[in-house]
Structure formats: structure tokens, C-alpha cells
Design a protein around this ligand. Sequence first.
Ligand SMILES: Nc1ncnc2c1ncn2[C@@H]1O[C@H](COP(=O)(O)OP(=O)(O)OP(=O)(O)O)[C@@H](O)[C@H]1O
Ligand SMILES: [Mg+2]
Length: 272
Amino acid sequence: MCECCSSHKSPVNEVIAVTGKGGTGKTTLTALMTRILCSEGFSVLAVDADPAVSLAYALGSNLDRTIADLRTRMIEDPDEKRRISDIPMEEVIAEEAVMTLKGYSLLVMGKSEGPGCFCKINDLLRYGISTLSRKFDYTLVDCEAGVEQINRRVLDTITRLFMVTDTSAKGMRTASSIRGIAGEYGIRGDYSKGVILNRIRGTEENEMRKKAKALGIDVLGFMPEDPGITELDLQDRPITDIPEDAPCLKAVRSILEQQGFFHEKLNREEMI
Ligand SMILES: Nc1ncnc2c1ncn2[C@@H]1O[C@H](COP(=O)(O)OP(=O)(O)OP(=O)(O)O)[C@@H](O)[C@H]1O
Ligand SMILES: [Mg+2]
């Protein structure tokens, strides 16, 4: 076989964790990235790793299965446990917890019924992310607010850490703590990291850049305060309904472009 026929282009295979303080825009950013990367023809696994469960709605999808539901079935139904016990766990998660939707796949952690700890569900989530992500160009993980999932090593195999903050000092401090914990012991291997500053108004960019520099955090980009998002919120509509020319969508596209997300597409097009 000639060199040309034997060369096989593997998927991009990147895992991006979107983290940060509560309410700063993690789900909004993850949903916008999902929309953009799908429209560029990449295969995307969107992961809602927040027990509060909001990514599915932000993407305009119905939620009909979660990792937490799967675990509950395995615990409560002996027949189900028997049926599943011979199947490799990777396949079980793919078949029973992943939703295949228009243009992307969605894996939702969900909440456990009743009191109890999240350790086992987090274990299944970690396993799901590390195994399923191999089949996708981009796996985008919308994380729980704060540092807990980094602490628990749910994200132990990622390629990029996107820390989202608004312009508040608390948001920036949380980003700084996440970076510290991730660097010390939360994430294995090499990964790039930086902050995305959200809800920027007027001339705040320069001031925020200085604050990030003072904390030694790289700025990956800015997302403006976008009235289009507020309007969708008011109308109780998904963020993915945002028009193509919306400022927030343009900003996220530009961040992805600058961070090299579309290089692989160019490479593929050059090969055809
Ligand atoms: N750039 C923006 N312009 C206007 N509104 C925004 C913007 N980014 C986020 N919002 C709004 O801010 C609120 C919080 O956003 P989002 O749910 O994405 O944050 P989060 O970090 O995922 O929150 P949580 O920690 O609760 O999961 C939402 O109502 C969202 O619509
Ligand atoms: Mg969220």
C-alpha cells in the first residue's frame, strides 16, 4: 500500500474542561462551543458534569438518560444488573447514558436520588470521559462550579482547561484557585490552561487583562455582555437559538480560532 493510502488521520481528540465560579457562564460557553464546532463539521461529545443539570437545556435537548439514572437502575434492579454485568463498562455508558442528538452526542452526569455521596457517579463520569472521548474530535465538559471536580480528579485526562470568570474579583480568585489545584495534583499530563473573561462591557478588557496578569493567569479571550443571551433567558429558550451574528457567538468563534481549534479542519481540507 502506498504511503498516501495507508496514512490514517485520527480524530482531533481533545478534551476541554470548562470550569469556574458559579454563574459565570460555563454552561453558556460550553453550549456555544458545541454549536460552533458541530457547524464546522467536528464530532463533539458534550458532557454535563454538573449535578444541577443545565447543559442539555442550553443546547435545546430533551434529557432522557443520565449516568445517575444508569447507576440507580444497576443498584435497584437485579435483572438489569445481570444484563449489564457481561458488557464492558465503556459500552454500557455509551449505550445507556449517551444521547445521540442532531450533530453531537451528550453525556449527562445527573443527580443521585436521595442522600448519599457522588463518588461513584463521579467515578463513572471520569471513566466515561476518558474512554468515550477517544471517539470524538472534541469532548467539551461543562463542570460543576468551583474546585471540587478537580479535587476529585474527575478531569484527570484533559488537554485544555478553560476557566471562565465574570469581572468580579471572586470569579478571578476562583480561577486562580482552580489553576493552583489543577497544577498541583488534580490533572495528569500536559494541558494548556487560561481564563475566558465573560460579560465584558465597554472598555473593561484592558483592566481585566491587568488583573489576570497580576495573578499570573493567561487570558484566552473575552466574551461580551450580550443582550441576545438575556433575551433568550427571558423567553426561556436555549442559548443555541442565538443568531449567527450575535456578539457572543462571534467572540467564542474568535477564541476558538485563536486557540487553533480549526487547524485540524484546514489540514483535512488540504488533504481532499
Ligand atoms: N455573555 C453573557 N451575556 C449575557 N448573559 C450571560 C452571558 N453569559 C452568561 N449569561 C447569563 O448568566 C447566567 C449564568 O450563565 P451560565 O448558566 O452559563 O453560568 P454557569 O457558570 O454555567 O452557572 P452554574 O455555576 O450555575 O452552572 C445565565 O442566565 C446566562 O444566560
Ligand atoms: Mg452551568
